[in-house]
Design a protein around this ligand. Sequence first.
Ligand SMILES: [Mg+2]
Length: 405
Amino acid sequence: MRLRYLFVDMNSYFASAEQHYRPELRGKPVAVVPMIVDSTCCLAASYEAKYCGIKTGTSVAEARQRCPGITFIVADHVRYIKLHHQIVEAVESCLPITAILSIDEMVCRLWQQDQEEDQATALAAQIKQAIRTQVGESLRCSVGIGPNRMLAKLASDLQKPDGLTVIHPADLPDRLYSLELRDFPGIGRNMERRFHSAGITRVEQLCDLTVADMSRVWGSTVIGTAWYRLLRGDDVLPPPTHTRSLGHSQVLPPESRTEEGARAILMRLLHKAAGRLRQTGYWTRCVEVAVSYYGSEHWRASATIPLCQDTLGLLQTTADLWAMRPLGRPLKVSVTFSKLVSRENAAPSLLLEDRERLDLSQAMDHANMRFGIYSVYFGAMHGEQTGNRTRIAFHSVPDLSLIDP
Ligand SMILES: [Mg+2]
């Protein structure tokens, strides 16, 4: 069995990008934040900051305490996207990219003649060198090489920063035993809980599962079979992750704890969630709206709808549900899409009106990718402070051609 994939994962990408643009910050602890207030959390930390125990999610207050000399920088996604293009170009000067998985992750399928270890690792070294010389010295990456995409990605996680790790087909499955279940892409908190309730807590047990057992835990033969094969190094596409719902919630800022304020924020959350739904290739069948009130009262209502992915359709359902809420002083709102259906399984509506709505939503996504997430939105959200645009980090870069052509 051969090494078919090479995975590139940029290290501490946002923080390294800042160090790239501002040489005076190189070698220093840096944290990228959505805004500079103590109550917010770090989006990314440079390696110098990581050595002080700061990571994604560490609060600004704690980061300041752990590392008094740290520099906080407000995220500038447009810059990160520009740099991303340069990185893509540098990688492609060595090897064509098969898929860009997020702003700082990409995977390449190796040519037949490069599938032996010596050739594959030489290519990895070339890629690192190309990024250093064509983009910048402060940008480092961890490269993982493996027989399939999932194992190449896992390999890239094993050594940071500036790693180069090969997972050999011959070392499977033992090579994986030192990992945690959560290290596997696709096993999140919920899935881990399901494995635990099936008595599987170690990767060794995961690797011992039969196809039937694996399928039972995943609740799907397609996913179970794919996992069984992936763990053995077969070149199957990573199965769809077990996304069952997608949504956003927000505790209302004091000035928005009114009927209008809460509604506007709910619509903003909807806009963001609908964009994510399209970006991740899912359709929803169910919309749920929930409101928490002062005095710890909760209310929730849901509606089952025909498969939907467009903002306008989802906006309508959300507004209908919102109209059913009891009156009171709202404290927190959320909108959740559940009963998700993936792109492969969705048979979207062929009605012209529905298609037009979807086209409109997609055009909106493109404009928002280009100019910032709240550049284009529907009238229902108008009047609400859209706040700090940089609160939303990019999880992927869906259409590169639209950014800085
Ligand atoms: Mg990374």
